[in-house]
Design a protein around this ligand. Structure first.
Ligand code: IPE
Ligand code: IPE
Ligand code: MG
Length: 255
């Protein structure tokens, strides 16, 4: 379905509150143009700006972007260091703009692997924007779904060891509270660009009932119209959460 002008998205209760995106295809975008992969990553930053702008304008509550996976360290050192540099310069150049636009920045992932300087910039960006109330922009950096679950279980075990959680059963709620995404709504819409149809260790727990959307569009080409198309696809689906279609249509159940 073609994208329609979605300026009224915010008034529609069927909109996704949380959109989570695997931004894939930067390397191929550049290679198609006979340019080094790094040029694709730079072009990818522009796409990030457009998508953040769209989400802020249309009152999406949370946008999570997968920027670097716990497995991406396996890439050639030169590409990893280019990505780290780009991460740092983008953070530096964009943070004030995010703040001016009332956007709250949050990082998920194991940041201890990053340089001290980068970790400081990340913490400073979060602190500066922590009270902002428009879009929450979550950047997943050195993130893995397995890591997220391990660190959540680790925190629970440590609390139990010091008697902070006594006789507490392991519940979904307890795990949710200790995941890196604690306090955020679960993703409603998952988008992966670049044509691959896999989750690549992204938000494994949180995606339990997320609607999945795959597109062959390479990330640097993914623009505001592409996002509007994905949202239209999301809105055309019936989410059932285990109920029957009839139950949902009769609105006899709360989803
Ligand atoms: C995604 O694009 C960006 C990161 C993983 C950092 P890729 O770099 O994976 O691009 P392709 O998949 O090789 O085209
Ligand atoms: C997933 O993309 C990670 C990010 C976009 C940050 P990859 O390109 O690393 O995924 P695989 O290796 O093809 O599964
Ligand atoms: Mg890729």
């Amino acid at each position: 379905m073609p994208a329609q002008d979605s300026n009224n998205l915010e008034s529609d209760t069927n909109n996704p509150r949380h959109i989570a995106i695997i931004m894939d295809g930067n390397g191929r975008w550049a290679q198609k143009r006979f340019m080094p992969r790094t040029v694709g990553h730079q072009a990818g930053v522009k796409a990030v700006r457009n998508i953040v702008e769209y989400c802020a304008k249309h009152k999406v509550e949370v946008l999570t972007l997968f920027a670097f996976s716990s497995e991406n360290w396996r890439r050639p050192e030169s590409e990893v260091s280019l990505l780290m540099g780009l991460f740092m310069t983008t953070l530096q150049s964009e943070i004030n703009k995010l703040h001016r636009n009332n956007i709250r920045l949050r990082f998920i992932g194991d940041r201890t692997a990053f340089s001290d300087k980068l970790q400081q910039k990340m913490a400073a960006g979060e602190a500066l924007t922590q009270d902002n109330t428009a879009l929450t922009l979550v950047v997943a950096a050195n993130y893995g779904g397995h890591w997220d679950m391990c660190q959540a279980f680790q925190k629970v075990v440590e609390k139990m060891a010091v008697g902070e959680l006594i006789n507490q059963k392991i519940s979904e709620e307890l795990i949710n509270q200790h995941l890196s995404t604690a306090g955020l709504p679960e993703p409603d819409l998952f988008i992966r660009t670049g044509g691959e149809q896999r989750v690549s260790n992204f938000m494994l727990w949180q995606l339990a009932y997320t609607e999945l959307y795959f597109t062959a569009t390479l990330w640097p080409d993914f623009d505001q119209n592409s996002l509007a198309d994905a949202i239209e696809s999301f809105k055309s689906r019936q989410r059932r959460f285990g109920h029957t279609s009839e139950q949902v249509l009769k609105k006899s159940v709360t989803l």
